[in-house]
Design a protein around this ligand. Sequence first.
Ligand SMILES: NC(=O)c1ccc[n+]([C@@H]2O[C@H](COP(=O)([O-])OP(=O)(O)OC[C@H]3O[C@@H](n4cnc5c(N)ncnc54)[C@H](O)[C@@H]3O)[C@@H](O)[C@H]2O)c1
Length: 292
Amino acid sequence: MTIAQEQSLLGLAGKVALITGGGAGIGRATAELFAQAGMRVAVAEIDPERAANVRRTLEDAGCDCLVSVADVRDGPQVVALLDDIATRFARLDVLVNNVGDFLGIKGEFVDSHEDQWQALYEINLRHIFHVTRAAIPLMQRSGDGGSIINLSTVEAFRGIPLTVVYSAFNAAITGFTQSLAVELGQYGIRVNAIAPETTNSAQITATPRVPPENRENLKRWFPIGRFGEGSDSAGAALFLASDLLSGWVSGTTVFVDGGALAAGAWMRMPNDDWTHLPIISRDGYTPRSAKE
Ligand SMILES: NC(=O)c1ccc[n+]([C@@H]2O[C@H](COP(=O)([O-])OP(=O)(O)OC[C@H]3O[C@@H](n4cnc5c(N)ncnc54)[C@H](O)[C@@H]3O)[C@@H](O)[C@H]2O)c1
């Protein structure tokens, strides 16, 4: 199949996407995949070096791109960003609200501080309000529907110790996604979320932290037997971006988790027996102690 034939299956060629935090990890993989699908790509990235790097990669791939160094937590910068996109492309079809971070804040909730809650709110939820509110009028003016994709986490769908506030703000993304989907359906704009499990990225070093002799244990955690890669979530974003593939999918969450959530407490042991008893106390990756 030629590239043109593949692109026509997706129906995304020439469409315009904005990806926040597109300079690393899942955001960067998404920017590159969207470019491969023939889309025009805008990236908002706070880190100038990462911004320059992704700009080079997208340009080398022949992508018509606009890479802005911007902090999406800053309302006026977000308004200026959307003005720039309107001036450059005169439309917006897909928005990927990808920025999010636990900010290395790990500890029992009882010891947490209000400045930490505020920082976690700003990096995980508030910017989604700013960017989405600024993007909707341009999507509506484009007159061709649209797709809004919010990056959440599996930790919004199960209890996780020591990162309670991060989990709470990500759970709020579910409510935002569902309610906005109801509101924007009348304009043909779909709103969905992606909830990844642990994924190798700039923020999370997963695979290299597990000593090779302990990697067998990964299949106890993930039925698919490995950590995620940026390209795994990027694939889900491509599906959700394409009206041809997901035109009737709105208000929902796609789990990109190697089956971890579905497995629940049932885990395959290295000897291929099954258990729901937590008999490994340290898995070599996250000894989850507040004291470490
Ligand atoms: N990696 C994982 O294991 C994992 C798991 C679950 C959910 N997620 C979610 O997926 C999303 C992407 O995670 P990732 O691990 O790929 O992240 P990452 O840290 O690898 O990349 C995020 C990018 O966003 C940029 N950025 C940070 N703050 C910004 C700001 N204020 N304005 C503009 N750009 C900013 C960073 O410089 C970086 O380039 C996040 O929402 C995260 O919470 C990640």
